[in-house]
Ligand binder design. Sequence first.
Ligand code: FAD
Ligand code: SIN
Length: 520
Amino acid sequence: MRLIDKDDIKHYSKVYDAIVIGSGAAGLFCATKLSHVGLNVCILTKDSADTSSTKLAQGGIAVALPVNDSPSCHYNDTIKAGAGLVDRKTALILVEEGVKRVIDLIRMGATFEMDELGLLKFTKEAAHSVPRIVYYKDKTGEEVERSLLDTYRGDIVEHAFVKELIVKNGRCYGVVFENNGNNFAIYAPVVAIATGGAAGLYEKHTNPETSTGDGIAIALRYGAVLKDLEFVQFHPTAFVNEGRSFLISESVRGEGAVIVDSYGRRFMGDYHPLWELAPRDVVTRAIENQKKITGGKIFLDFRPIEKEGIDINERFPTITQKLNEVGIDAKMDLVPISPVAHYYLGGIAVDTFGRTNIKGLFAIGEASCTGVHGANRLASNSLLECLVFGERTAYGMYRDLRILSLNFKKVSFKKIPCFPYEKGNDVFTSDDLRKVMWKYLGIMRDGSGLTKAIDVFRQMIISSSSFEVRNSAVLSLAIAISAMRREESRGGHFRRDYPYEREEFKFHSSFILRDLLNSI
Ligand code: FAD
Ligand code: SIN
């Protein structure tokens, strides 16, 4: 990678108790908990504080609070959606502790929809057996982000783009970030990566542009073990206009909207008994298939929602306004939809307290892989994961701090010189990378496409002088190699050349730096 010259680095004189990278739900929840027990915490975040996937969340948070629900029912739905790969112990933690964490969030000031008795209202999303999603209109994420930012009591550095970790002898001492063209080293005995997912590596996606898997790629370069990299969740119902994608929440279908083809026919029953509320990977592939069969577009029909007596402009103000801006009135018109990249299932391997294999380094939220979603995430389980494992990671950091702070010292930053660099002519841009990801690592993959992608990513790593391109290419190459190795189809990984699940592949995959170096 392009080296940061040691002499170019300014050093923060203040040593923090904890550094958290990222200000989405995972980072903020963890940092808030740490700041509330009196620790000196610093959040570093790439853009403005509220730029995150969290802020864009629409549907809500799944939680076993309704009277006709239970943690065991939520657990069963999570396992079923995860296509055989959900880590059972972690799933149990998620559904049981989730109840307390959502209540914590309400205590922190988050507002959710209530009925006339002042009790929480619940909506339904795909593959949930009961309505169990707490929500605020179609702006749940904004509400979560706002309440956490209001509650957090530590420092926050905006536009702090973390590029490197300070790691020595398998222990993390801090990070190096860029701010206003300057590089800074900042130190703490415990550091958490909460940099979100990697759907922004795709040409078409629902995420903010900041979701490029930075934290995952950086952790890999410094020796962290990664897990399940081949699994990417594509959301079936995005509205794509002039190359930009906008999510249309699954809760729209939960409230009654249906999917029709260019003949106006509801077709999901041909693919799954749950029709439009089948698991996301099933709906996504069904849409792609139906497009091929009919040769036409696929649409979402909002009109059945109105028949239930719900005013869609009130229930889904963000979505209907966005559609209005391009001349679509969802009360009357069919809305064209396409699947796009949405959520990254793979990430940094962690235990149930967010610990990675590097001492003092933790990971939370979409950047981590707890195994709780298996090969396909149940809708609205992600924000829940951020809260539950945000709390647990705060606990893990607090405990480890006792030991790690005893012999803590500022260690000078030493770049791990991972990859060869052959001065190229910078022919590759981030857009090229996103196109290759979409074409060869999209909804349907195959061996020959993956071989081509691996070749391009390899060239990007060794010939590009741009930090961003090389860092993104590191993760993209790791995803492509992992996808090549999994010769089956399961959840968010579908291979045309191996279209069925295979029992011998029913395991979590792992990926380490040596795997990458061997391929370059
Ligand atoms: P994020 O919220 O993405 O935050 C990551 C943070 O890290 C950001 O602040 C970013 O700027 C920062 N960052 C990234 N790289 C760096 C770097 N190099 N240096 C410093 N900072 C960095 N899930 C649900 O459960 N329910 C929903 O209804 C729902 N709806 C969704 C709708 C949309 C449109 C999207 C995109 C996702 C949705 N999800 C939903 C998924 C969920 O929102 C995310 O998985 C979750 O918010 C991830 O939280 P996070 O804290 O891990 O990451
Ligand atoms: C949505 O509202 O459809 C997104 C929910 C999620 O990603 O969990």
